[in-house]
Design a protein around this ligand. Structure first.
Ligand SMILES: CC(C)(COP(=O)(O)OP(=O)(O)OC[C@H]1O[C@@H](n2cnc3c(N)ncnc32)[C@H](O)[C@@H]1OP(=O)(O)O)[C@@H](O)C(=O)NCCC(=O)NCCS
Length: 160
């Protein structure tokens, strides 16, 4: 059985090694992707020298970071990789002295909402019409329009 290796990426040339097709699983817009890709810290999961999972976390305000993208190759999903990417990002944010991590998901994203709550995030609001305002194309997921963004956050205990 193949093993998974996780690592953090902090410089731009490393971040550019993440395949764009992988990141498109979570974010179909190149324009949006390029607005945060190079400003992010990355956590990746490698299997047989290939990046099969990636997470991008961007500092957005003093002491606040947002997980902008978490994507796991379809043939590697449901094996705990997404959860481990988030666990490592939370640890990285603590190391960076962040006090809060935010994450957002579209209204059809039930799997994502389950996962994020299992990781310790709480729902704190809804950004109505976020996807209609910020994405040129309509996004359909699970048979319904991805229209509103469910905002979630985790307050970090920096003593842990
Ligand atoms: C969302 C995503 C990152 C999850 O990654 P993953 O590696 O498949 O998730 P994990 O295997 O770590 O799953 C962790 C938890 O999520 C939930 N989950 C994941 N896939 C699920 C599914 N198909 N059905 C129900 N629950 C599911 C489970 O509750 C699981 O918890 P458990 O370990 O207690 O069973 C992955 O499905 C993905 O890349 N999706 C496409 C991109 C995307 O939507 N990204 C998020 C943008 S907001």
């Amino acid at each position: 059985m193949s093993e998974y290796f996780y690592s953090c990426m902090e410089n731009q040339s490393d971040l550019q090694r993440i395949p764009v097709e992988l990141l498109h699983l979570a974010d179909p817009s190149d324009e949006m992707l390029h607005s945060y890709w190079n400003k992010s810290v990355g956590v990746v999961c490698m299997c047989d020298h290939k990046i099969v999972g990636a997470l991008l976390m961007t500092p957005t305000r003093p002491f606040v970071a947002e997980i902008m993208n978490v994507s796991v190759d379809e043939s590697f999903q449901n094996r705990g990789i997404g959860r481990e990417l988030i666990r490592r990002a939370v640890q990285k944010a603590k190391d960076m002295r962040m006090r809060k991590i935010e994450i957002g998901t579209g209204n059809p994203g039930v799997v994502q909402m389950l996962l994020y709550q299992k990781c310790g995030f709480r729902i704190v609001g809804v950004d109505l019409d976020y996807f209609r305002i910020h994405y040129k194309e309509r996004i359909i997921e699970n048979g319904i329009e991805c229209r509103d963004m469910i905002r979630m956050e985790m307050i970090l205990d920096t003593n842990m």
